[in-house]
Design a protein around this ligand. Structure first.
Ligand SMILES: [Zn+2]
Length: 377
């Protein structure tokens, strides 16, 4: 996503047929506030002065979809679109519904790039904007567990929920995670999730049935699934690990290959358990493997490109398990923090050597032994 589009102030086009509020001062204030709100989407969300902060988390999830939309003139000249005001409707004495769209040329065709529906609230001398998400879901059922609240409309699979909460607690304890509340919403599909958030349409999600949306602000994690609770893949423990890690350890230094290795070890992948993945890996790699080369090559031994299982992730799962046993979980956190993946893995090997005296010269023997040990478990 490109965040540097606002080289100049984008004005909102107001078509003649749009019936503006009768009070022209308010109408002017509303439009100029909206322009300021859109310009400030280049800042971190909590610094946007035109967001109604009481619903910052929901609005943050919406803003992820709005960011970078401002200037549709892409360098390849395949896209050129502008912002148009569609509708302003007074909702109650102070709040308005505001709808606007980005229209023009998108990837060489004429049409709607994206369309949004926000709520506006008058605060002091200007308007602040927020996502209609809370308003749209206020009649939903909720199951509160203390750490995670689940919002739904039909029914929940209690055993899946309990397992998810149990694992989230385990991970947080290991990670010394700060206390924060997670709200999980189950929508039927991508389009419903988007509409509840205030994204009426976005070309990027065209034809995609089950996408998820997330935000984290003010010690509140929001997770909106574009799938209903009957989908068994939804409350995947693998993804639970990623989510809990994401809000416990700063992301900048996380080595994604190590993160994935831990996710395999603690939560399996694609619904496969860790022992299943390990055995499949062993069978695929065969005997006499050079593990340094195998780590660098990182072959996919999954059933397809889409349902991938990667060799390097399994190797990291084995290493994380060993480090936890040798040095406690603090060692695993250090391993996770070895820094962004480098082509030569210099930082990765430096960390391994420091944590548990594993280096390029003993890597092969170490992994071979870990595989033998894991096989007899
Ligand atoms: Zn993963």
């Amino acid at each position: 996503m490109i965040f540097t589009c606002y080289s100049q102030v984008e004005k909102i086009n107001v078509p003649k047929y749009v019936r503006l509020p009768a009070d022209s001062v308010q109408a002017k204030s509303l439009i100029s506030s909206l322009e300021s709100f859109l310009q400030e989407t280049t800042k971190p969300n909590k610094e946007n002065a035109f967001i109604w902060k009481e619903q910052l988390t929901e609005t943050s999830a919406l803003l992820t979809e709005l960011k970078g939309m401002g200037n549709g003139n892409t360098p390849d000249q395949k896209s050129s679109y502008s912002c148009f005001l569609d509708n302003i409707v007074l909702m109650d004495s102070t709040d308005y519904i505001v709808q606007f769209s980005y229209m023009g040329q998108y990837q060489g065709s004429t049409g709607i790039r994206a369309s949004f529906k926000l709520l506006a609230k008058k605060i002091d001398d200007h308007y602040s904007f927020y996502s209609p998400f809370q308003r749209n879901t206020q009649t939903w059922k909720v199951k509160k567990t203390g750490k995670i609240d689940f919002y739904y409309r039909t029914s929940l699979n209690t055993s899946l929920i309990n397992e998810y909460v149990k694992k989230a607690n385990e991970f947080d304890k290991k990670l010394h995670a700060p206390e924060y509340i997670t709200k999980i919403y189950f929508c039927d599909n991508t389009q419903e999730a988007l509409e509840l958030l205030g994204v009426t349409y976005k070309a990027d999600y065209n034809g995609l049935a089950h996408e998820s949306f997330a935000a984290f602000e003010n010690n509140q994690s929001l997770l909106i699934f574009g799938s209903n609770p009957s989908d068994p893949e939804l409350l995947d423990i693998h993804d639970c690990w990623h989510m809990r890690l994401r809000y416990a350890v700063p992301r900048a230094n996380i080595n994604r290959f190590v993160d994935e290795g831990c996710a395999y070890l603690y939560g399996g992948s694609w619904g496969y358990s860790w022992p299943y993945i390990f055995n499949k890996f062993k069978l695929y790699m065969g005997s006499g493997t050079d593990w340094l080369t195998a780590y660098a090559e990182n072959k996919n031994f999954g059933e397809s490109a889409e349902k991938h299982l990667y060799a390097a992730y399994v190797i990291n799962a084995l290493l994380a398990q060993k480090i936890e046993k040798d040095k406690g979980f603090a060692g695993v956190i250090e391993f996770l923090n070895s820094g962004k993946k480098q082509k030569d893995d210099e930082n990765y090997f430096k960390a391994l050597n420091k944590i548990d005296e594993i280096n390029r010269s003993n890597f092969n023997a170490t992994i071979e032994k870990l595989i033998v040990d894991e096989s007899v478990k």
